[in-house]
Design a protein around this ligand. Sequence first.
Ligand SMILES: Nc1nc2c(c(=O)[nH]1)N[C@H]1C(S)=C(S)[C@@H](COP(=O)(O)O)O[C@H]1N2
Ligand SMILES: [Mo]
Length: 319
Amino acid sequence: MKDWMRTARIKSSEITDESVFRRRRQIIQGTMAAGVTGFIGSAAHAKALSQPVTQWEGNATDELTSEATATTYNNFYELGTDKGDPVKYADKLVTDPWSVVVDGECNAPGTFTIEDILKPHAIEERIYRFRCVEAWSMVIPWNGFALGDLLKRFKPNANAKYVAFETVQDDNLPGMSSRVLDWPYVEGLRIDEAMHPLAFMAIGMYGNVIPNQNGAPMRLVVPWKYGYKSIKSIVRISFTEKQPPTSWNMSAPHEYGFYSNVNPDVSHPRWSQAKERRLSGDTSGLAALFSAKIPSQFMNGYGEEVAELYADMDLKKFF
Ligand SMILES: Nc1nc2c(c(=O)[nH]1)N[C@H]1C(S)=C(S)[C@@H](COP(=O)(O)O)O[C@H]1N2
Ligand SMILES: [Mo]
């Protein structure tokens, strides 16, 4: 076993029986082969997901969260602040056509259709633990490709110290009339974080085209950071020299830092981050609020892999 997989393993009681995984695998392959998608997406999307999906060796072995839960208990404030709003208003988000602007400190900037972005990538399945700052977590099989593979295509130059991301802004999205955040939703990573092999761009989940409520057509997944770093429905990627502003940091700088690494030792000012409620199996989001808490892991369990990124940093200061 790779070191990496050892880290991905947690308490033996939470390791799902191997046969369950084999079964799941077959289901996914069956779905892919048939090119069937459970959600409506663009043709490019469906096509990208109809290719064989490569299993990734670092996959978490925790029991999966059910697809029903992961696609109905969401945070996507552009669609509303209740956990049930994103699925309820999902059809307000128009994802086809879609284009992404890539600009800033790079030698190959431009405006790209989602088809252009998806085309050259082999699609992987990555089962990642996903930990929200509100202290609930899920285990989700995402489909997509390494973020770094995408970013390299635009040839970031030596001034590119950070990568900024921006979500679509559209007056038809029901949550955007609320002033809860400054729109558009923005996020950022340091360039070495963005290039780290664990950072992922998701275009699907559970073998299906990613549903709108989860950030169609393309959203970030940064498994060692709190969920809010994983920005949805991306329309702009900018390479910057300075640290870019991020939505939650701007709204409450004492509560949300730039780094936002999962850290049980650094409390949120209003609650502890030491434990989390896992939404596993078919537990609905609501039922999970009453489920037992499990200890949270440093860097969400990916500490060994990402330690090098933060070697000389005081993580209490850079939270
Ligand atoms: N554009 C945008 N991206 C977003 C959010 C949002 O409100 N708007 N919410 C974030 C938060 S707080 C979390 S926990 C995750 C939730 O992702 P999920 O609904 O797919 O589980 O998305 C993140 N990305
Ligand atoms: Mo979150």
